[in-house]
Design a protein around this ligand. Structure first.
Ligand code: FES
Length: 371
């Protein structure tokens, strides 16, 4: 009996000592104290060490694109780290090209801030903010695409460039018979579809893909609900350059940034010849056709050219059929100076770029947003 008691006491004592060591190690080894983040060699922020670079920056009101919520699975949160990051982790490598690795680019969600760190980010990211918006309108513009309009909080405004995107936060929500629930906060990127002149609102075109964020927008949200949105982001936007012809090319929700560009052209009274090639399957997949007809009246020389790939006789479709690259081949003569803005999936972008090359339009006149 005495032996059993002694053994129990020894085991308990060892456990207590181990717990104490762990607590002390946590306190003294994992406590990195205050560390300094220097941005673009001029701005300095003092933060508590130990968190990821991404969350330390968010804590200072600096938002970096991050569609996976910091799990290292979207590759959006790239930041150039000049000093103090430690070695590149295995979780980062699949997302970084050889050039990016040489250029000290890192995934900010995977880099821990344990000591002073020096980073470089595009100046525009200082303009990125988080807004608690209110959903004021949601309409279906095709079977699958919702046109949503959010109002910014009283007294707040947003400045963005036509073509840029924002991130919408989907919180946790319960599932129903109709859709699955979401058990973690996620951010998803969506191009802004509205005019840059409307600084009190942002609009998006959101396709229903049964993902956490598209389900939230299509099925969970109700008008009047609050929604967290941060941005703007992105280097895809309209440039006022020396082009005499603007080609806009999109499919699906790639319609959104093109709509914002068209509003900009109308608001700024830009008179350049402009053609919008839009690829869809059937007439029912064409969003906001009335608006496009109105732009044809409002803009100096604009034509909306939808091209449908799956028409049937009962559709009575009299427009172009096939793929968008066929329409580019048919309507673009390759004369003059072009600027081309492309939005769609990587496969579609690749075939459009090839079609534009055949018209002798060089890469430096082609801007695209792949998603
Ligand atoms: S936030 Fe998605 S990879 Fe870093």
């Amino acid at each position: 009996m005495n032996e059993l008691l002694t053994t129990t006491l020894v085991i308990t004592a060892i456990s207590v000592v181990l717990a104490l060591i762990l607590t002390l190690a946590n306190k003294y080894l994992a406590d990195y104290g205050k560390v300094k983040i220097t941005i673009n060699k001029e701005k300095e922020y003092e933060v508590d060490g130990g968190s990821s670079l991404l969350s330390s920056l968010v804590g200072q009101g600096i938002f970096i694109p991050s569609a996976c919520g910091g799990k290292g699975s979207c590759g959006y949160c790239k930041v150039k780290v000049l000093n103090g990051a430690g070695p590149v982790l295995a979780t980062e490598k699949p997302w970084l090209s050889k050039e990016e690795l040489n250029d000290k680019v890192r995934l900010s969600c995977q880099v821990k801030v344990r000591n002073d760190i020096e980073i470089q980010i595009p100046e525009e990211l200082f303009n990125v903010r988080e807004y608690e918006t209110t959903l004021v309108k949601r309409d279906l513009v095709t079977d699958k695409i919702a046109h949503v309009r959010f109002e910014l909080p009283e007294g707040e405004t947003i400045n963005f460039k036509p073509g840029q995107f924002m991130q919408i936060k989907a919180p946790e929500y319960a599932g129903t018979d109709e859709f699955e629930g979401n058990d973690e906060e996620v951010f998803r990127a969506y191009s802004i579809a509205s005019s840059i002149k409307d600084t009190k609102h942002v609009e998006f075109l959101i396709g229903y893909e049964k993902g956490a964020c598209s389900t939230y927008i299509h099925k969970v949200l109700k008008e009047g609900d609050k929604v967290m949105i941060n941005g703007p982001y992105g280097d895809f936007y309209y440039h006022d350059d020396d082009a005499d012809t603007i080609l806009l090319v999109a499919a699906g929700t790639g319609f959104a940034p093109i709509r914002s560009i068209l509003y900009h052209m109308r608001d700024q009274d830009i008179k350049k010849k402009t053609r919008f090639f839009f690829g869809a399957r059937t007439p029912a997949d064409l969003p906001l056709v009335d608006e496009m007809e109105q732009f044809e009246k409002d803009l100096a020389d604009f034509k909306f050219i939808p091209t449908l790939s799956r028409t049937k006789p009962e559709h009575h479709w009299e427009g172009d059929t096939g793929h968008v690259d066929d329409s580019i081949d048919k309507y673009v003569d390759g004369e003059g100076k072009y600027s081309c803005y492309l939005c769609g999936n990587p496969k579609m972008i690749a075939s459009i770029v090839e079609a534009l090359h055949k018209k002798n339009i060089p890469d430096d006149r082609i801007f695209f947003d792949e998603f």
